[in-house]
Structures are given as structure tokens and as C-alpha cells.
Design a protein around this ligand. Structure first.
Ligand code: PLP
Length: 451
């Protein structure tokens, strides 16, 4: 049995390249270089099919917030699978795990977030949001309010809808995206795009593009603005301090909804339950996924504020997924939230993990290749530059230095992710100072092999 007594690595790689179509990976790359086959994990460490112990500074894909190997979640899944593996939540049916989880989310989320529409992923949840906000305005007698404003280089998922909300040029280049009535304003990436401006001036400038875009489109045509409070997959772009207060001012002044995509930040990554709380933002809808179950089971959702839920509740919202509120995922999520609360993981992030990560990231600031070493909470980025005296990104050929660095990380048994010309981290929240020492040593070696 390949699962219990697996084949040699080369054979696994051959079968993988022959039969498994990977997300965001070229087939030629797979055939030439193979994949690293991960077989086990515990805490912050992965083990591959050759027995290497690898430090996972990405928490899988920004999701394993409580770390790997928690039997309590496996037990919760097993119990739920035996009791009720599946039932739907359509047509006036429900089940205990989804009822308990929606109550728990209402308790954890700030007021007025007392309602969740479940999905199986962040992409699905953002697709829900597109339909939710349009339905909201239609139900209020304003059906022309359809346009959703998003940002360049945002990531909101990979479906046709969520990929359109995203502002990733390479995804749009594949055709069909963005779908109608989605427009993008510029991201607030001061380091790369702020020229001679101060971060504060630049933050205001980029935020005010929202107001200009609403005016250009006509407020009567705009449904919502969506943004990640900190862009994750775009390269851990931490906005200038002036950015979010100005966005909130504009949203308050204009009749549009604000959607905060909390798929990465939700459940502790900034040291708060939600990134919106960190920035003092008052959205109308929050997208959640990833950290909700720490990736142990697929689940996502839209946390909906009372005033939106009330309008949607009065209308016919013809939308839903087979796995909306999947009982096993809900049971796993509940157990995950219990652990985050009872083990005070937010306290650990604020008092220990985030300061240790910040120190480790800062230790690379003087490296000749690093233009900016930035972090916030449990997110960090090392921005490469060919010239430390100026804020210039590595331009051509795009992404090459990141790829070289990623392969060097691979050889040094550390997972960091490369996004264009920067390396990013988003480790489990249980990170300790000891892990940070391993991070500094292995990332340091990898950087040494990068140029
Ligand atoms: N939104 C954000 C901010 C994300 O980072 C992601 C995934 O990385 C998504 C949405 C999409 O989530 P999923 O991959 O679960 O569909």
C-alpha cells in the first residue's frame, strides 16, 4: 500500500509528474525537478520521503496556525465522521457542528458580525461575497450597484469570480479574467512604488484612488470594495499607517460595502483574532478560511454583519455549496478554535512569537541583497534589491532571484515562499525563539547560496 509503506522518492516523483496536475506549477518544471514529497509533520517541522526534517516557515499555505500533529483535531474529525459524516445545510436542514461553529464565530468576531455563510475554501467564500453584495443592493432597490473595486496584485482565490477579484496579472493573462464589473485600483506597496514620497503621503495617495474610482464609475454603480488588510500572496505588503484610516473614511462617506479578506490574517496572524481589528477597520463582510481549521479540514466562509445579513435574509439568496458547513470541517474548526483560545495562542503571538520573528527578520536587514526586511505579527518578507542604496526591485528576468532563493531554501531544509523578487514567511503561531534560531541559520545559508 503506497500510503502505509511508500515507494522510494524517485518513484513517487515519477508517478506524481505523470499523473498529478499541480496548482500553479508548470508540467515541465515538475518533470525536470520533481517534487518534494512530504510524509509527516509535527509542530513546525515537516519530514519528507527521504527523512529530511524541514522547518516550515509558511505553515503549509499560510494556514496551519496551531502547528501540525494535534491529535485533538484528528479525534474531532474521527468522532464526527462516525456520528454524521455529511449532511447538507440547504432546504431547512442543519446539524449540530454547523450550529455550534456559527455560534462560536459570532462570539469571537467583533460586533456586528453574528452571521456566517459557509463554504469549503477562501475562493468559494469570495465568490459568495460577489453574489452577496450584489444581492444586497438589488434587495434594497439599487440593482445598478454591481461593480466591485479591488486592487492590483491582490489575491482572493483562483475561481473565475475570486480570481477576478484578485489583481494578479499572470492569472488574468490566461484569459477570461476578470469577469464583468470588477475593477482594480493600485496596491499600497510603498517600498516598490512609492518613489520619493513618504510612506504616509503614499498611503493617502493610494487610498484616495478608491474615492476617485467611485466618482469615475458613479457611486450608483459601485457595490463594494474588497481588500486584504495586509496583502499576503502578493508579497506581504504591509500598508502605510495612513492607508486604512483613509479607506475607512471613504467607505463611511460613500454608500458602498467594505469586504475585508481575512483568509490569511483571520484567527491570530496579526496577534488579534482578525486583521480588521488590528487596523481598526469596520468592514461589512469578512472572508475567512485557512486558520479557521488550521488547514486540518477544508472550510471557509463569509462572516456577515447584521445589517447585511438582515437584508439578505429578507431576499431569496439562491446560492450555496454541497459542502457549505461540512460537519467534519465544522467539528475540526471548533476544536481548532478551542485550542487557540484555551492555549492563549494570541497571547503567545503578541508576547513571544511575533517579537522573535521580527528580530529574526530584522537580522537580515544588513544583508547586501536585502532592500527591506519587514514583518508584522506572524508575517514577514525579505525584499531583494540589486542596489541597497535605493528602493529598486529586481526587475528582469522577473522572479528569477526569488526562484534561486527558493531552491536554496529547499536544499537547506527550510520552507519560505518566493513572490517575484522577495521571500516571504507566515509560520505557525506556535513558533518559538528556538525555531527562529533555526530560521536565521538556514535562511542565512540559503541567502549565501543565492548570489
Ligand atoms: N483570500 C486570500 C487573502 C488568500 O490568501 C487566499 C489563498 O491563499 C484565498 C482568498 C483563497 O483561498 P483558497 O485557496 O482556500 O480558495
Amino acid at each position: 500500500n503506497i500510503l502505509t509503506n511508500h515507494l522510494p522518492t524517485a518513484e513517487l516523483q515519477r508517478i506524481d509528474a505523470a499523473h498529478h496536475m499541480h496548482p500553479f506549477t508548470g508540467g515541465a518544471e515538475l518533470a525536470a525537478k520533481g517534487t518534494r514529497v512530504i510524509t509527516r509533520a509535527d509542530g513546525v517541522m515537516l519530514t519528507d520521503s527521504d527523512g529530511h526534517e524541514i522547518l516550515d516557515m509558511m505553515a503549509g499555505l499560510w494556514c496551519v496556525n496551531i502547528g501540525y500533529g494535534r491529535d485533538e483535531l484528528a479525534d474531532a474529525a474521527s468522532r464526527q465522521m462516525r456520528e454524521l459524516p455529511y449532511y447538507n445545510t440547504f432546504f431547512q436542514t442543519s446539524h449540530v457542528p454547523v450550529i455550534a461553529l456559527s455560534q462560536k464565530l459570532a462570539e469571537l468576531a467583533p460586533e456586528p458580525f453574528n452571521n456566517t455563510f459557509f463554504a469549503a475554501s477562501g475562493s468559494e467564500a469570495n465568490d459568495t461575497n460577489i453574489r452577496l453584495v450584489r444581492q444586497y443592493w438589488a434587495a434594497l432597490g439599487k440593482p445598478s450597484k454591481k461593480v466591485i473595486i479591488s486592487r492590483t496584485n491582490a489575491y482572493h482565490g483562483s475561481s473565475m469570480g475570486s480570481g477576478s477579484l484578485g489583481g494578479m496579472a499572470h492569472m488574468h493573462a490566461q484569459g477570461g479574467l476578470p469577469i464583468e464589473n470588477i475593477v482594480h485600483i493600485d496596491q499600497p506597496h510603498w517600498w516598490a512604488e512609492g518613489a520619493e514620497m513618504s510612506p504616509e503621503e503614499f498611503g493617502l495617495l493610494r487610498a484616495r484612488q478608491l474615492e476617485q474610482e467611485i466618482d469615475a464609475l458613479g457611486e450608483e454603480n459601485v457595490a463594494a470594495f474588497i481588500a486584504e488588510p495586509i496583502q499576503g500572496a502578493g508579497g506581504v505588503i504591509i500598508p502605510p499607517e495612513t492607508y486604512w484610516p483613509e479607506i475607512q473614511r471613504i467607505c463611511d462617506a460613500r454608500e458602498i460595502l467594505l469586504i475585508a479578506d481575512e483568509v490569511i490574517l483571520g484567527f491570530g496572524r496579526t496577534g488579534k483574532w482578525f486583521g480588521s481589528e488590528y487596523y481598526g477597520i469596520r468592514p461589512d463582510i469578512m472572508t475567512i478560511a485557512k486558520g479557521l481549521s488550521s488547514g486540518y479540514a477544508p472550510i471557509g466562509g463569509s462572516l456577515v454583519s447584521d445589517h447585511v445579513a438582515e437584508v439578505i435574509g429578507r431576499s431569496d439568496f439562491n446560492h450555496g455549496y454541497t459542502y457549505s458547513g461540512h460537519p467534519v470541517s465544522c467539528a475540526v474548526a471548533l476544536e481548532n478554535l478551542r485550542i487557540i483560545e484555551e492555549e492563549n495562542l494570541l497571547g503567545h503571538v503578541n508576547d513571544h512569537a511575533a517579537p522573535a520573528l521580527a528580530k529574526a527578520i530584522e537580522s537580515f536587514a544588513d544583508h547586501p541583497l536585502i532592500g527591506e526586511a519587514r514583518s508584522l505579527g506572524m508575517l514577514g518578507a525579505l525584499q531583494f534589491t540589486p542596489d541597497k542604496s535605493r528602493r529598486v526591485p529586481f526587475k528582469a528576468p522577473k522572479g528569477t532571484i526569488g526562484q534561486i532563493a527558493r531552491e536554496a531554501c529547499f536544499r537547506n531544509n527550510i520552507v519560505m515562499r518566493h513572490v517575484g523578487d522577495r521571500m516571504i514567511v507566515s509560520p505557525p503561531l506556535i513558533l518559538t525563539e528556538e525555531h527562529c534560531e533555526i530560521f536565521k541559520e538556514r535562511a542565512g545559508k540559503a541567502l549565501g547560496e543565492t548570489y
